[in-house]
Design a protein around this ligand. Structure first.
Ligand SMILES: [Zn+2]
Length: 463
């Protein structure tokens, strides 16, 4: 029998999230050449392996999939600004000056810090939506950094093209030329995009929203994505101010405008969608549009028209709903575990019952739902033969889980807080024995702090 590269063995439970395989008590997972090459229960003999890890006392799940993020925002983390009166527009303008200083060093550091924190929370695949390009080459630097860290990555080439002088919510100096943006999309696609099922890097296109992008940018991006067969991403229906702006300018609701611009197709996944109508949810399901649910940024920002996002209703309508941390200026933490727990709690608050969002369904959103939303169904977010060898190992014999033997999946999110004990991407450890295995993390944090002060204009150490 050929030896596997890695064997995670003797777990209390392996939750595959695969309908046919189900849960594997006393289970094991083998990874070879970056892919899963075997799974079994305690009754099935595992293969020999070059590296075998005892997962006794642990729950094993697919690695979590982060379907929406702006990593650069961890340079201006914790953006509570009571003086801005809850205004999204005022919030943007407050930060645009800081964010316009983004350079390659800042992108590399924020990517390293964000991806390390995400990996620590059990995340193995992340999206990043970089829509600020004050200097060229920032997405190239970010893709290079993701490869160095070993995180599976969907890099969204975002943009803003509707500056203030054209009525948009974007400083004119940050508004990009539409042709130059589209040319850069093509360049990035040619240089970095890998369509293979085991790809470490995919490229997607993402005009940031209807507040700061022209209709022409939206339409031409959708046409380009169609021609190149890549995914489309944007923000929509995330704030009452966006709703007011779009309905005043276009005399239609935001999702209707996106539809008119050719965006409601199976290529697209949208961040937020906080207040869809019943008809809009049916339309999103029918068109195969995915949703990235980012509960913390919605709650922290106070943008809750009609109550928490109708996640239960969206799932029941058949929409692929994933979980996203969103940028750390709005959502502060970068733990996909915590974001998943928050999504579960808010859906229960809205539904009025625990059945409104069982922990296992929350895990489905953080794995299968996210994978489907970003177009990687069957490749990530599931443990099955030939899927990517991406998994999270959670210690259940620790203090937060003492006494929670009844159902480890329910315990994973009902209890806590926690961090992943191991996080594995393609058979490689990003977190091992509870510690991020990121080369030079201490130095990265020191330089991140220096850059954070520079960007925020803080001259003395903040305490
Ligand atoms: Zn966002």
């Amino acid at each position: 029998m050929t030896a596997a590269d890695l064997l995670i063995r003797d777990a209390d439970l392996v939750v595959t999230m695969d309908e046919a395989l189900g849960d594997l008590p006393g289970g094991w997972v083998a990874v070879t050449g970056g892919l899963i090459t075997g799974l079994g229960t305690a009754a099935d003999p595992p293969p020999p392996a070059l590296k075998a890890v005892d997962a006794g006392g642990c729950l094993v799940t697919p690695g979590l999939v982060n379907s929406h993020q702006h990593l650069y925002q961890n340079l201006t983390r914790s953006g509570d600004r009571p003086d801005l009166d809850g205004s999204l527009e005022a919030w943007f303008w407050h930060y645009f000056g800081m964010w316009s200083q983004l350079d390659e060093e800042a992108v590399r550091l924020s990517t390293a810090v964000g991806m390390a924190e995400l990996a620590w929370s059990g995340c193995t695949t992340t999206v990043d939506h970089l829509y600020l390009h004050p200097r060229p080459g920032l997405l190239d630097a970010q893709i290079d950094e993701a490869a160095r860290l070993g995180m599976r990555f969907t890099a969204v080439r975002g943009t803003m093209t509707m500056g203030e002088q054209n009525g948009g919510i974007c400083p004119d100096h940050l508004a990009e030329d539409e042709d130059a943006y589209l040319a850069d999309c093509e360049r990035l696609f040619a240089r970095h995009h890998d369509p293979a099922p085991s790809a470490m890097v995919r490229v997607a296109f993402g005009p940031t929203n209807l507040l700061s992008c022209t209709p022409s940018t939206m339409t031409r991006t959708a046409e380009l994505a169609d021609r190149l067969a890549v995914r489309l991403h944007t923000h929509v229906a995330d704030d009452p101010e966006e709703h007011a702006f779009v309905t005043a300018r276009y005399e239609r609701r935001p999702l209707e405008v996106l539809d008119s611009l050719g965006w409601l197709t199976e290529r697209t996944w949208c961040a937020h969608v906080v207040y869809p109508s019943t008809a809009e949810m049916a339309l999103l399901a029918e068109r195969g549009v995915g949703v990235s649910h980012c509960p913390s940024s919605t709650v922290i920002g106070g943008g809750l028209p009609g109550g928490p996002t109708p996640v239960r209703e969206m799932l029941d309508a058949g929409i692929a709903v994933g979980i996203g941390c969103d940028g750390a200026t709005a959502a502060d933490h970068q733990s996909l575990w915590m974001e998943t727990k928050t999504a579960m709690l808010l859906a229960r608050l809205r539904g009025g019952t625990a059945d409104a969002m069982p922990a296992r369904e929350a895990l489905w959103m953080a794995t299968r739902g996210g994978a489907r939303a970003i177009g990687r169904e069957g490749e990530v977010g599931v443990l099955r033969h030939a899927a990517c060898g991406d998994l999270a190992v959670w210690r259940m014999d620790t203090l937060p889980y003492a006494g929670a033997l009844a159902d480890p999946v329910t315990a994973l999110f009902n209890c806590g807080p926690t961090w992943a004990w191991h996080t594995v991407v393609g058979g490689r450890f990003l977190v091992e024995d509870g510690e991020p295995r990121i080369t030079g993390l201490d130095e990265t944090l020191r330089r991140h702090r220096e850059t954070e002060r520079r960007i925020q204009g803080v001259t003395a150490p903040s305490l």
